[in-house]
Write a protein that binds this ligand. Structure first.
Ligand code: ATP
Length: 236
């Protein structure tokens, strides 16, 4: 890319025992970019995010983030460098209030700052539920909370794993619009989405992952217009 690269992944390989889930994956995310990862079920999208954020230790390859080498570092150490991972399972603390969940972050990743009021401005629904237990939120509200918590860490980059999964069309629109808004605040995004159309609407560029390998890359427009991508996406 012509932009300054914030994240550079090179030759990343990851496996579960003998099952190789990622092979020689290389990609980059420029500063202020939204980059989408597209792929069928089982293509390795979640594995890729986990290998980048330190949840899964890669077998080989390098991951450079904000100028430093992070492959093999622990997730908590990587998040302190300014990378927030909002996982598919959401992983909020159900027994704590919304406000307490948002208050758990006690470090600053060095990106644009988000205070509680900023998260509430982004997701007004959370503001009405600050004292409610997180476990009693709807699926969509839990997703908003997980995103909000990621932002409280003042990230430079946010990794999103299927943020609109299981949400109504209206809520997924709201979540994707909020993600688009992060870019306007100078935050970079790596986005895994089932909903390819929606992802390419907000992304600048994208990569197609097919059985653990990158098989195509291009601008969001190129990818949206390519019939090959539809094939890869459907796993045909
Ligand atoms: P989906 O869209 O269905 O979530 P995905 O693209 O995110 O799929 P991954 O979850 O990364 O795909 O899975 C990639 C491959 O690795 C799959 O073949 C999957 O069965 C395998 N895999 C994932 N997690 C494990 C695990 N903990 N142990 C063994 N194999 C795993």
């Amino acid at each position: 890319t012509s932009l300054h690269s914030l994240l550079t992944v090179s030759g990343l390989t990851a496996a579960y025992g003998r099952v190789v889930a990622l092979r020689d994956v290389s990609l980059d995310v420029g500063e202020g970019e939204i980059v989408a990862i597209l792929g069928a079920n089982g293509a390795g999208k979640t594995t890729l995010l986990n290998a980048i954020s330190g949840v899964l230790a890669p077998q080989s390859g390098t991951v450079t983030f904000a100028g430093g080498q992070i492959a093999g570092m622990k997730p908590w150490a990587i998040s302190r460098l300014g990378m927030s991972h909002v996982p598919e399972g959401r992983e909020i603390f159900p027994g704590l209030s919304v406000e307490a969940n948002l208050g758990l972050i006690d470090f600053d990743g060095g990106g644009p700052k988000f205070a509680l009021e900023d998260v509430v401005a982004l997701f007004p629904r959370l503001g009405e539920r600050l004292h409610q237990l997180a476990g009693s939120l709807s699926g969509g509200e839990q997703q908003m909370l997980a995103i909000g918590r990621g932002l409280m860490a003042a990230p430079k980059l946010v990794l999103f794993d299927e943020p609109s999964l299981g949400l109504s069309p209206m809520l997924s629109k709201a979540v994707l619009a909020a993600i688009r808004g992060l870019k306007e605040r100078g935050i970079s995004v790596l986005l895994v989405e089932q909903n390819m159309r929606a992802a390419l609407k907000i992304a600048d560029r994208g990569y197609v992952l097919r059985v653990g390998r990158i098989t195509a890359e291009g601008s969001a427009r190129e990818l949206a217009e390519s019939p090959d991508i539809q094939h890869a996406y459907l796993g045909l």
